[in-house]
Design a binder for this molecule. Structure first.
Ligand code: FER
Length: 300
């Protein structure tokens, strides 16, 4: 037990303090803070849904398929041309108006992360073919808003670039998407969701811009999440603007406390929301399942 507890203490230190202790500033993946915080489950912390079936993430040949493509856009925020991944649904036509889900990655991810582990195109194709999801565009940007936006070096040092993405998303990404695609630009046709660091971005940016996003989903939100009362200082005003507020996390995720804190605040302020705590850790199984259930509820 003793070495494990020592490791826990070290990984709870701020990175600078860890460096002073002679430890590397970048914790190795196995010692990630995400897995080492104490977890205390409360009576509310239960699954609202089951696990997504594995087959839903597999491409079926006998149904219509959407397309995945890369859109390059000029970012005034970053001062570079940046890339995002876009899913357009089966039968997409430029002259129609589609709702859009903006889907954000985690601290070690990039614009390809969601597709790599959740096969977003296959998932949406399958849900749409079954009549379980509305045809929608899914935009997967790179949330590290800085000139070198690759997940290299000390991935934790990119936190300021993840915060900077707020302006890139609002001023550059959304306008570029709405110029290039047939988009219904009303807030009730725009959703924002993300995992971990992207879950924190989702709550930080989405809840402060409810006139832009009416559907909000944070999966395993990370420590970049602002305190609940900062996120929603006026809960009564937010309520009528929200179509869906989804908060979920795995019950083996060391970051659960962040989502629990938000759920407790929302419950106290009587802000309707979905609170889904499944049996996963800080891992793709949770994120896949969350996207599976969240995407079926969008734009209804
Ligand atoms: C941290 C632990 C985890 C943190 C960020 C994360 C910025 C993000 C994890 C992820 O995106 O998977 O202390 O601080």
């Amino acid at each position: 037990m003793r070495p494990v507890r020592l490791l826990t203490l070290l990984t709870l230190l701020p990175l600078s303090a860890a460096a002073e202790e002679g430890k590397p500033a970048s914790p190795p993946p196995a010692a990630k803070t995400a897995r080492t915080r104490p977890i205390v489950l409360g009576p509310d912390d239960k699954p609202a849904y089951g696990e997504a079936p594995a087959s839903i993430f597999q491409r079926q040949e006998n149904i219509p398929h959407g397309k995945l493509e890369i859109l390059e856009y000029a970012s005034k925020t970053v001062g570079t041309n940046r890339r995002l991944k876009v899913y357009t649904p089966p039968g997409y036509a430029q002259d129609r108006r589609y709702p859009v889900l903006y889907l954000l990655h985690g601290i070690g991810g990039d614009e390809g992360e969601w597709q790599r582990f959740a096969k977003v195109d296959a998932l949406l194709d399958n849900l749409i073919a079954a009549g379980k999801a509305r045809p929608m565009i899914v935009v997967m940007p790179n949330g590290r808003a800085r000139p070198d936006d690759r997940a290299t070096g000390d991935i934790y040092s990119a936190a300021p670039a993840f915060a900077n993405f707020e302006r890139d998303l609002l001023d550059d990404v959304i306008p570029a998407v709405e110029r290039h695609y047939g988009v219904d630009a009303r807030p009730e046709q725009r959703a924002l969701a993300g995992l971990s660091m992207g879950g924190g971005q989702t709550f930080n940016f989405g809840l402060s811009h409810l006139g832009t996003f009416a559907w909000i989903g944070g999966f395993s939100a990370a420590p970049n999440t602002k305190p609940p009362a900062t996120l929603l200082p006026e809960p009564a005003k937010a309520k009528p603007q929200l179509k869906l507020l989804w908060v979920s996390c795995g019950n083996r995720d060391g970051l659960l406390g962040i989502s629990q804190g938000l759920h407790a605040y929302l419950k106290e302020k009587e802000v309707p929301h979905i609170w889904h705590v499944d049996g996963n850790g800080h891992d793709p199984a949770h994120w896949r399942s969350a996207l599976y259930w969240f995407s079926q509820q969008l734009f209804r």
